[in-house]
Design a binder for this molecule. Structure first.
Ligand code: NAP
Ligand code: SF4
Length: 674
């Protein structure tokens, strides 16, 4: 008898595909990790996927694999084109198939996004995000590319995969054929829509012919291109129907081309914002559909399925953050889910700078072989001082290894910098990180002492001492720094002090940007998909191709000027894949930037600076100081004096450029050594 899950009946309803059944409705979306190209990478990848399979995800889709050299995302990126390459894929499929999880290989031809000189496209039009101009494929070239897709699928079949996902979205080759913007051909592959969609349809048909009936074919369809000249809704529907006829098993959702200037997965995107698009297509086709983008917790997934917007839900990054997301959900342990906060800092930012992906909240991600959780040989008593990101992560990781941990926090609340970060618009998800750590302290029976500064004598009784006392803001030493107009970022963001209408922000680093967006936000507003879409110009009624419309004009809530002494571009240290979003938000709010300034003084009239050889006074009501941080090392100094050994971690060890990613990484690494 089929027992329904008491809380998430839709998530845990198996999906019968006729020839095979998926154990639940959760798909782990395709994500390149960088392991694909590493030495011994496939063994590492196999362990990485196995961990997620043990976490009971229904279906895994691998990172994109090119069907031929021209389809490489970057030089020598992974490719499956020869029988000799089957063996390494077998390591993955064998390990995953020891569990109830199914796995598909994603076939990705990057087309004009290929970052190499061999890239090809329907027409020789360079992508705005690539310096390489593609070569236009000849008619023969198009046909042999279709054959390469089919050969790749056949090799995937031989490798033991349960199916393939054909990447037809995000602006890659198939998408480039479909959209008029990138396809200017006048042969059978270009011109009217029936010609432009032929490549996509023939790829699916060729793959189906080659792999037989009992093999999953997922087609990732761009349902909302978010670029000018993208597909119209009628075209999306027509293509979906053709893909169904061509023999696909499942249609997955693609939102936005990579070159689109609209955030689609960053934290500023409210949860489940784009599921309406998949919901629209549900009315048009009979195949199971998968919804995607910024679904990170079971409630959103269940709602999406229960409301009939999709038949499955795809999550990619949430499985970096927590490989056991599905199992925890099934067991009713939702509070123990380590939630993906959509920051991109350790996943996509790493990939775009050619480092192996990992996860800010879970530094073991993609390091399953190198940094597995291993029980300590001897259970020790461990004192951790400081309940911010480093202290929380270290306490949990040490307790997980079997140590008996006591966490001391000087404030009456845990969280440290997390508490401030969670108040920044678009960073609200940090509340989930705090919920996760707080829950895990409880689950792992860590003793928590709030409002406590332990003495050296107290600490000396522990086997190990971890000093995670974090940072304090760097103080301004300017004439007039003690003027009442001056407030520090933590005073502003915690709500201790308020800013006036005209504000100068000293320091244009990550925190300066955060302070500016805090000053601009409406404190009464909560994340709202409709407002987000209006502000970024996404048209739910799909009146033109690509689903774009004019973005709503913003009325800035304050007049802000961000300053720095350097002459480099402000915000150049912001995340590689998210910095443009922060810059764009400030620009829309008419924030001014002044670089190369010298701060002179502060008085009743405002902030006086030297800029471009002139002395000027910025007549502002408030000066917010975001001038970096310094380590809090008083406790460390006391321990030194008493010759008591300890470990320093996070901002207390090194304040320069410390962020949650480094703090958590160091904390877990240290816990593994205790
Ligand atoms: P930061 O990025 O180092 O920026 C500090 C700013 O203060 C710089 O603009 C610096 O510019 C200025 N400054 C330094 N010393 C000063 C002084 N004595 N007087 C006046 N200005 C001074 O540090 P942060 O903004 O505090 O951020 C800390 C860390 O958190 C960084 O690693 C940051 O990347 C990270 N973070 C990241 C994000 C994100 O969105 N990814 C958000 C928040 C924080 P000049 O020296 O040129 O004046
Ligand atoms: Fe999610 Fe950030 Fe981890 Fe990436 S690094 S998986 S966005 S929490």
């Amino acid at each position: 008898m089929n027992h329904k899950h008491p809380h998430y009946p839709h998530i845990f309803e198996p999906l019968d595909l006729g020839f095979t059944t998926l154990q639940n409705r959760i798909l782990m979306g395709s994500m390149h990790t960088g392991l694909e190209e590493e030495k011994d990478g496939y063994r590492k990848l196999a362990r990485y996927f196995r961990e997620r399979a043990e976490g009971e995800v229904g279906l895994i889709v691998t990172g994109g694999v090119a069907p031929n050299r021209a389809g490489w995302v970057f030089p020598f990126s992974s490719r499956l084109a020869r029988p000799s390459q089957v063996g390494k894929h077998r390591i993955i499929t064998d390990l995953v198939h020891e569990t109830g999880t199914k796995i598909c290989l994603q076939i990705l031809h990057s087309g004009r996004y290929g970052y190499h000189p061999f890239c090809v496209a329907p027409s020789a039009i360079r992508a705005p995000i690539n310096r390489f101009r593609p070569r236009a494929l000849s008619d023969r070239g198009v046909k042999s590319t279709i054959d390469d897709f089919a050969r790749c699928a056949e090799l995937a079949h031989l490798s033991g995969y349960d199916g393939v996902e054909i990447m037809g979205s995000e602006g890659y080759l198939i998408n480039q054929f479909v959209a008029e913007k990138t396809n200017r051909r006048d042969d059978q592959w270009g011109g009217p829509f029936s010609h432009r969609s032929r490549f996509a349809i023939e790829v699916v048909q060729a793959v189906r012919r080659r792999v037989g009936e009992n093999f999953i074919i997922i087609f990732r369809l761009s349902m909302l291109d978010l670029v000018k000249g993208g597909s119209t809704w009628e075209e999306v529907v027509m293509l979906a129907k053709e893909i169904e006829k061509a023999g696909a098993t499942i249609i997955n959702t693609g939102i936005g081309w990579h070159e689109a200037r609209i955030p689609t997965i960053a934290t500023v995107v409210p949860r489940a914002t784009f599921t309406w698009v998949t919901g629209l297509l549900k009315k048009e086709v009979n195949l199971p559909l998968v919804a995607t983008n910024r679904i990170n917790m079971p409630q959103e997934a269940e709602r999406c399925l229960a409301e009939g917007r999709s038949d499955m839900v795809s999550m990619a990054r949430p499985f970096l953050a927590d490989p056991h997301w599905v199992r925890k959900t099934r067991l009713g342990k939702d509070k123990e889910i380590n939630t993906c906060i959509g920051c991109n800092q350790a996943c996509l930012d790493h990939i775009f700078s050619r480092q192996t992906a990992s996860c800010l909240v879970n530094p073991r991600a993609c390091r399953e072989l190198e940094a597995p959780l291993v029980q300590a040989r001897k259970s020790k008593t461990v004192a951790v001082v400081g309940g911010g990101p480093a202290g929380l992560a270290c306490s949990c990781a040490a307790a997980e290894r079997g140590h008996r941990v006591t966490l001391f926090e000087k404030d009456d609340e845990l969280g440290g910098q997390f508490l401030l970060a969670a108040k920044i618009p678009g960073k609200e998800e940090f509340t989930e990180t705090l919920r996760y750590f707080t829950q895990m302290l409880d689950t792992l029976t860590v003793t928590v002492r709030l409002s406590t500064v332990p003495s050296v004598e107290t600490l000396a009784h522990f086997d190990e001492i971890v000093v995670a006392t974090g940072v304090r803001p760097r103080e301004l030493t300017l004439a007039g720094s003690d003027h009442e107009k001056v407030i520090y970022y933590h005073e502003l963001i915690s709500g201790q002090k308020e800013a006036g209408q005209k504000v100068a922000v000293i320091g244009s680093g990550g925190i300066g940007f955060d302070a500016a967006s805090y000053l601009l936000h409406d404190p009464a507003a909560t994340p709202d998909p409709d407002r987000f879409m209006a502000e970024w110009g996404i048209d739910r009624s799909y009146r033109s191709g690509g689903g774009l419309c004019r973005a709503a004009e913003l009325e800035p809530r304050r007049e802000i000027c961000l300053l720095q002494r350097k002459t480099s571009k402000p915000g150049s240290n912001l995340g590689k894949t998210t910095g443009w979003i922060h810059r764009s938000v400030l620009k829309k709010n008419r924030v001014k930037f002044l670089i190369g300034v010298r701060y002179l003084s502060i008085d009743e009239s405002g902030l006086t600076i030297e800029h471009e050889g002139e002395t000027k006074t910025l007549e502002v009501d408030t000066i917010v100081v975001c001038a970096g941080q310094e380590s809090q090392t008083e406790l460390a100094a006391d321990l030194d004096t008493s010759e008591v050994a300890y470990h320093l971690v996070g901002g207390a060890r090194k304040a320069v450029e410390v962020d949650a990613k480094r703090a958590i990484f160091e904390a877990v690494e240290l816990a593994d050594r205790l």
